[in-house]
Design a protein. Structure first.
Lengths: 336, 294
């Protein structure tokens, strides 16, 4: 079967994917590649061929100058994550037929990562983030002698199997919206690994870890868009792990942040009126004593009022709100 | 067709134009709206994240109310859709969570049997109302308008709970609808990405840059306007657009329409009726392309 592949090639007159720079205006992701050039190839392969088969066929038989990074060809090594039709996937796991759109498949290095050549991106930002969460066990005393196992109940480790499945391919980070505008964000892969250790019953540094992960760039900088859950080829579901870290951090007392204030303001509004009070949510989340933060939201508030988009000044409760209050009381836990 | 209508907080708060226009288009589509006035907020994922048991009970209550109406639950908000679908899916996968939610709402005289279907208006157009009926209601083709779809995360992800594994066509409804109404859909990467709203209170500038970038990409591809089935996206993309322009140091000026507003225009309604004169970003330029004034 004939397949048409459009490959994003590196041009020597410029790095085609500079990352967002802290403090600079954010270059829109599609515009970070002013010299991106696409080259079209046609390959003849069986119907069940994957994108990587096509890339290897191009490199071996048509154009030895094409650079592509791969090793295992079975979704284990994590080398071949790249953009296929605008989303991050493993080239070895993506069937060409499923990824043929309007008669062709577009393959390129993810623009959120610096590029080395063609389809080979520089994974350094990824590894920096990975290391920043200290992805190793800081074992609780007493550590058993080296010839013995550190034994814990089976059930406590089952919870962590999902995160251990990570193959560090970087697909989640390549498609992370928060990372695209905020290079300081630790990102889905690193935070999923953070949970793998913070949630480990043998780890002695859980509280310190949660403190670190609650800082700017940490769990509260995730925008909750589920891209990482959708793109992860191994079912790690990084967002789910980030949400677990948020719960753990709040339980551990790390509550002086906008994320926690936002959740508290949200819950209080639903509890007392059955619905969201948009008028008080923003100032409460920002923090009443954060004058600079409050002032920043003012122009938008004025624009909305001028357009007649102001929520009703008197926030009315829904009929039967006592039912909602009773449910809050009965469930208990946080927000009671 | 009778539906249990769940308008969501924002359509009755900061986006009243959505509530008004959704009610207006119900009649030509043959929808009989039975509004769930006593249903609580879904928690927009915030409550689910911090106290899953509480969110199970609150959303279980809403699903039970729709069940009592004997009709499908219709949302007009991607976020409400996502949260309700998520809890509904969890209940079907893990009956112990449904049992616990039922134990809590039993005090209030409710029980959820697990039969409610949760459907966004966008899905209903294709799956229940049918494109024949939609086509028949069109009185004014939106020829000449270039419309960029903006889905909002929670109507697309996670795919399992939203039924996108069984119905992958749900990822294309906006484009198909735009074409059906006579306008030209704009293809761009940002259409399925996050608008930044969930981060607005935590990391304002980054959230604004996120939304602003998507609008600029659509604009570069020629879009006259964006249409969204999510009022939370609307709050960020329209309500915060002048601020996003400041952060990105670029002019944006692209109006954002709610899904029922675009339908309403094609159904021959006047822009004022649909409250298109109550947006932060003026809709005038886009409307002039179809010879309408506000």
């Amino acid at each position: 079967m004939q397949f048409t592949i459009e490959v994003g090639r590196y041009n020597s007159d410029g790095n085609y994917a500079p990352n967002a720079v802290p403090g600079e205006p954010y270059p829109p992701p599609w515009n970070r590649s002013p010299v991106r050039r696409y080259q079209t190839y046609t390959v003849d392969l069986p119907v069940h061929a994957v994108v990587l088969d096509a890339l290897i066929a191009i490199r071996e038989y048509q154009d030895p100058s094409l650079a592509v990074r791969c090793a295992c060809r079975s979704a284990i090594c994590g080398s071949c994550a790249m953009w296929i039709n605008g989303h991050a996937h493993l080239a070895c796991k993506s069937k060409l037929q499923e990824f043929t759109k309007n008669g062709k498949t577009r393959v390129e290095s993810a623009p959120s990562m610096p590029v080395i050549r063609d389809l080979v991106c520089d994974m350094q930002p990824f590894w920096d983030k990975h290391l920043a969460v200290k992805p190793w066990l800081q074992a609780k005393e007493p550590v058993p002698p080296s010839d013995q196992e550190y034994r814990v109940p089976n059930a406590s480790m089952e919870e962590l199997i999902q995160e251990v499945s990570c193959i560090s391919c970087g697909a989640c980070l390549m498609d992370c919206e928060s990372f695209a505008v905020n290079p300081d964000f630790l990102g889905p892969q690193a935070l999923a690994q953070a949970y793998r250790y913070a949630g480990d019953p043998r780890d002695a540094q859980t509280k310190e870890r949660l403190g670190e992960y609650s800082k700017p760039g940490g769990v509260w900088d995730c925008t909750h868009c589920y891209e990482c859950v959708t793109q992860c080829p191994k079912g790690v579901a990084p967002l789910e792990q980030i949400l677990k870290l948020r719960r753990m951090a709040v339980d551990a007392g790390y509550t002086n942040n906008a994320g926690t204030r936002h959740a508290d303001a949200f819950a209080s509004s639903v509890k007392h009126s059955g619905r969201l009070n948009e008028l008080t949510l923003m100032p409460k989340s920002t923090g009443f004593f954060n004058i600079v933060g409050q002032l920043k939201t003012l122009p938008s508030a004025i624009n909305m009022i001028r357009a007649g988009k102001l929520p009703p000044l008197i926030h009315k409760a829904i009929p039967g709100v006592n039912r909602i209050k009773a449910i809050f009381e009965r469930v208990g836990g946080r927000f009671k | 067709m009778k539906v249990a209508f769940f308008p969501g907080c924002v359509s009755k708060g900061a986006c009243p134009e959505l509530y008004v226009s959704a009610n207006l288009i119900a009649e030509p589509l043959g929808l009989e709206l039975h509004e769930l006035t006593q249903a609580p907020c879904t928690g927009a994922g915030v409550l689910s994240e911090q106290n899953p048991e509480l969110a199970d009970a609150l959303n279980g209550l809403t699903l039970a109310m729709a069940e009592n109406e004997g009709a499908d639950l219709m949302t007009i908000c991607s976020t409400c859709q996502g949260v309700l679908s998520n809890h509904n899916y969890t209940f079907s996968q893990d009956p112990s969570r449904l049992d616990r939610a039922n134990a809590t709402i039993a005090d209030q005289g409710f029980r959820y049997g697990g039969t409610t279907k949760v459907k966004h208006l966008l899905w209903m157009l294709f799956e229940d109302i049918g494109i024949e009926r939609v086509t028949a209601a069109i009185k004014r083709k939106l020829t000449g308008l270039k419309v960029a779809p903006f889905y909002g995360c929670y109507i697309l992800r996670p795919v399992e709970s939203l039924g996108l594994r069984e119905r992958p066509e749900r990822k294309t409804y906006l484009e198909r609808l735009i074409a059906l109404l006579g306008a030209e859909p704009v293809e761009y990467r940002g259409s399925t990405k996050c608008c930044g709203f969930p981060m607005l209170t935590f990391n304002r500038d980054k959230a604004l840059a996120m939304g602003g970038n998507h609008i600029l990409e659509a604009k570069e591809k020629g879009a006259d306007l964006l249409v969204t089935p999510c009022p939370l996206c609307h709050l960020n993309l329209d309500g915060q657009q002048p601020d996003a322009a400041r952060v990105l140091k670029q002019e944006i000026d692209v109006p954002i329409f709610h899904l029922p507003q675009l339908l309403g225009l094609a159904f021959g309604m006047e822009p004022e009726q649909l409250r298109l004169n109550h947006h932060v970003v003026p809709t005038k330029g886009a409307l002039e392309k179809v010879e309408l004034k506000v």
